[in-house]
Each structure stands twice: as structure tokens, then as C-alpha cells.
Design a protein around this ligand. Sequence first.
Ligand code: ATP
Length: 386
Amino acid sequence: MSEIQLKNIVKKYGDGFPAVNDVSLDIRDGEFVILVGPSGCGKSTLLRMVVGLEDITSGDMMIGGKRVNDKAPRERNLAMVFQNYALYPHLTVFENIAFPLRLAKGQHSEQEITDKVNRAADMLELHEHLQRKPANLSGGQRQRVAMGRAIVRQADAFLFDEPLSNLDAKLRGQMRTEISRMQRRLGVTTIYVTHDQTEAMTLGDRVAVLKKGVLQQVASPRELYEQPVNLFVAGFIGSPPMNFLPARVDGDTLKLPFFDLPTPESLRGKLSGKDLVIVGIRPDHFEDASMVDESRQARGVVVSAPVDQTEWLGSEQYAYVLFDPDPDVQAKLDELDRDLDGEGMRSQVVVALDPMSRVRAGESTDLWVDPRRVHVFDPESGDSLT
Ligand code: ATP
């Protein structure tokens, strides 16, 4: 069994602010978990504590039910794949993959080593490159060699630290699918660190979102997208990001900068006493009203939006709507923006429209919004109220 449990893990470098602050996370045997968050949120530190490259200030690290806080990295039987692959330039691909087996002196016969390396090379489609040196491989092939090394060791878990960040966009896409396919085939517990939300959304069974060392939400990609617990997660997951709009609460109406929305039914009555809330609407939750049939239109709200700019990308189209927030709420928004590390508040709404839609810059367009899909957040805590 190779489940990995983090219990109230804290890491302080010196006497500063904790880089990891009271993180608890249970990773099931065979599960693929992504750690994601902006630069400096503590994800690498967390991974390094799992593998044993960093001391734990407090809390318990459990692997297969055993506490490993005081165990050296080599006693944990975990395989780490780094960003720079850590390959030996003077060794062939074969010898690079065989390296961990040779390191365990005398434990494997020459025949065993050949068999294991060949099996890994088959899986990774590296057979024709086995006699090459790393310098003669592409970035993606080097990446596969690094994974081959992890595979032959039969490690209890794979740990990846931003393994694709050195690759170009096309190769990154290919490697993403390869890693995902391989992980499913091998069924090995995997922790994968990234700041790239596409990787986070496409690779993992579950995604753990970190902000300033604190775990914000651990959930499936779909749940993070549909039910983010707070402004930070809502703004971090999804591209282009969720639009955040200040709204004044007026009975059962939310008064936004250029339109009004009925308060979502689930929140009726719950907003009494609140003057200001933040409404979150994903770019793809706006639609061109002229392309929405009447019965659907009646279930939502049609909004006249002054379109400032458009971007047509073939398979998608974006429209940018500028607005002037109420000056009274501007200070509050600036404060929130700082808290979101600049991810959130802008006096602009991004709308993702069907590429067939004939929106024009400089003209007003009727957009349709389904109020049941909007998110409402508490402006003080940033927590979701929906
Ligand atoms: P990135 O995506 O930029 O690699 P990260 O989320 O992996 O960032 P960490 O590298 O874990 O973040 O760093 C978390 C915090 O701990 C940061 O504020 C960083 O400056 C600090 N930190 C990391 N390593 C050390 C160290 N050896 N000594 C002191 N502070 C450190």
C-alpha cells in the first residue's frame, strides 16, 4: 500500500512566515493528485518534504501507514522526476534508465536489468534511442528517460516537480497525455506539482490548490471549476479567469455595474444584512442573446453590454466589456485584488462567445446570462456563498 498522508504539516524556513501552513491531505493508493498554486505558494516545499529532501517543522508525514518524518529519502522508495530531468550526460539512455538498478549493488542480475530497462523503454517508446546520449534527445524524449528511471525502480509513488515547464507548448500537450496514460496504466500513486492550470485540470484525479502555504480546496477538476470555495480558487482555476463584479444587494436583486441580476434562488434571504457582494461569472457563461432560443432566454437575463474590443481565434471568440465600478466600492476591490495576487478584480468583463457570433468592437451587444450559474462571494472573507 502506498497511500500518502500529510497530517498538519508545517514548514518554516528560519523564523519567517510559514512556507507551508498546517496542510492535511490524504492521497489514496494509486491516486493522481496535483498540487497547484502561484509561484511561492509552497508546492515544491511540500513535495520536497514528502520525498525527504526537506525537514518538516511540525506534523506527520505518513507513507503506507508508517511515519516517515525521520527517514532518509532513499528509505522512502519514492521516485522524483525533476524539471531538469537530472540525467547523466555521459551515459546512454539505457544506462541512464538502468542507473537506479545498478545503484542497488548486486540486487539485480545483468539479465534482470536488461529486461526491466527494455520493458520501460517499450512503455515509453524509447527503444530506438537506447544507445543515444541525452544531448542527442529532444526535451520530450529526455522527459521520458527520466520517467523510465522512475519506472524501473518500482517506486511506491511518483513525484513530479513541474516536469514539463522546459518544453514548448506542443510537446507539453503531448507529454501531458503521455504522463496521464502512463499513470493510469501503472496505477502508481502520483503527486504532481505545477503552476499551470491546464495541467492541473487535465491530469489529476484530484487537485489541491495552495495559496501562501495554506490549502484552499482539494477536489476533482470539475468540482473546482463548478464549486470553488472562495474567490482565490475561482480566480485561479479556469481560463480566461472568472469575471468578478461588485454588486449591491437590493432586496432580491443584485445590482452589477451595467446590469441587474435576480439573486440566485439558493441565496434568497441569506444576503440580508449584506450591502456588497462579489458576483463571479465565467466568460463562457455569457452567450450572444441573438443565438439563444426564446425558451432559454426566458430562463435568464438579457444584458446590453458595451463591447470595447473583440478577439476572434477561429475556434473561439472573446469580447471585452469595460465598466466603471461604483467609486464607493473601488477601495474594497483594490484590497481584494491584492489578496488575489492580481488574479481578480479588473474593470473589465471577458466574454467567451461562439465564433459565429457577430459582435463588433465599439457597439453594444445583447448578452444572455443564466443567473443559476453565477457565483456569489462574501467580500470580507472571499468565501463562496453559493
Ligand atoms: P515556484 O512555483 O516558484 O517554484 P513554489 O510554490 O514551489 O514556487 P516554494 O519553492 O515551495 O514555492 O517556496 C515557498 C516559500 O518558501 C517561498 O516564499 C520561498 O521564498 C520560501 N523558500 C523556499 N525555499 C526556501 C529556503 N531554502 N530558504 C528560505 N526560504 C525558502
